[in-house]
Design a protein around this ligand. Structure first.
Ligand SMILES: NC(=O)c1ccc[n+]([C@@H]2O[C@H](COP(=O)([O-])OP(=O)(O)OC[C@H]3O[C@@H](n4cnc5c(N)ncnc54)[C@H](O)[C@@H]3O)[C@@H](O)[C@H]2O)c1
Length: 273
């Protein structure tokens, strides 16, 4: 039986990915900094799923989990999903919030990736899936420090894949998943927050539809998966032409706010999802 680890699996997207992987026949280790949430999700999923506490900021704990799975079988898939998000302009955000985003979204993802590569490199095979965001592809106004952490996450993911190939390791895959806004607890208190409007600027996704794409990715690995796909080229335009981005910014933010209000109405009226 293939074995997978999902970090931040106690809620939202991580929970949905864990469910998708159980469906696909994996023995899933549902982990979360919130041990109770990880246990609840594992119990809900049943079968071979097991829940445990894992704070991704703890490098030794990540390594310990990867090694213990490697000792008793194979570690086939490690999904670095744990993440935190605080919106706001960077000069008003506390240093503590900025640091927490860097610690979880960057250092945590690095810890998980490196831990997983231990047994995977020994076996010569495996797949690390890193949940990033569209905010990792383009600077998201109002979500700048989060966006910076996700840019670091994508650079680390792709760069590590390059280094694996450069050093002759062909059997291990690394993927960065970049979804648009997803309706999870992360966005639940953001429906009226103008700084968080970019999260609603495209098509709001459900955790289940992103998890299905992650499931397919496990069968056909690729370095970057953008969900929905068309948002990648659209947003990369702003990255390529920042002056165009500056010019269009008022229009883009106005449209994002309009969509955010529309989603608020739909969600509060029970008409979405
Ligand atoms: N919701 C969105 O709009 C959206 C969009 C793109 C990408 N993402 C990314 O998807 C991932 C999952 O987010 P979500 O939307 O399901 O949010 P969520 O808040 O529902 O879930 C995040 C989970 O991570 C856990 N977590 C937080 N800090 C942790 C730590 N130090 N160690 C281990 N677990 C920790 C939380 O306890 C929680 O269970 C994140 O990386 C997020 O950045 C979310």
């Amino acid at each position: 039986m293939r074995t997978a680890v999902v970090t931040g699996g106690g809620s939202g997207l991580g929970r949905a990915i864990a469910a998708e992987l159980v469906e696909r026949g994996y023995r899933v280790h549902v982990t979360d900094v919130d041990a109770g949430a990880a246990d609840r999700v594992a119990a809900e999923l049943g079968g071979e799923a097991r829940g445990s506490a894992l704070d991704v900021r703890d490098e030794a704990a990540c390594r310990g989990l990867a090694e213990s799975i490697g000792r008793t079988g194979s570690l086939d898939l490690w999904v670095n999903n744990a993440g935190v998000f605080f919106s706001g302009v960077p000069w008003e955000q506390s240093a503590e919030r900025r640091q927490t985003m860097l610690d979880v979204n960057v250092t945590g993802l690095m810890n998980g990736t490196i831990a997983a590569l231990g047994p995977m490199r020994a076996a010569g095979r495996g797949h690390v899936v890193n949940v990033v965001s569209l905010a990792g592809l383009v600077a998201a106004p109002g979500e700048v420090a989060y966006s910076a952490s996700k840019h670091a996450a994508i650079a680390f993911t792709l760069g590590t894949l390059f280094d694996l190939r450069r050093t002759g390791c062909k059997g291990i895959e690394l993927s960065a998943v970049c979804p648009d806004g997803i309706w999870t607890p992360m966005l639940e208190n953001k429906l009226e927050d103008p700084d968080a409007a970019p999260s609603f600027s495209g098509r709001l996704l459900t955790a289940e539809e992103v998890a299905r794409e992650v499931g397919k990715l496990t069968e056909r690995p690729r370095p970057i998966l953008v969900v929905p796909r068309w948002r990648g080229p659209q947003l990369r335009l702003f990255d390529l032409f920042p002056r165009l981005g500056l010019r269009l910014l008022p229009l883009v933010m106005w449209d994002a706010r309009r969509k955010q209000r529309r989603y608020k109405k739909l969600i509060e009226g029970g008409k979405w999802p």
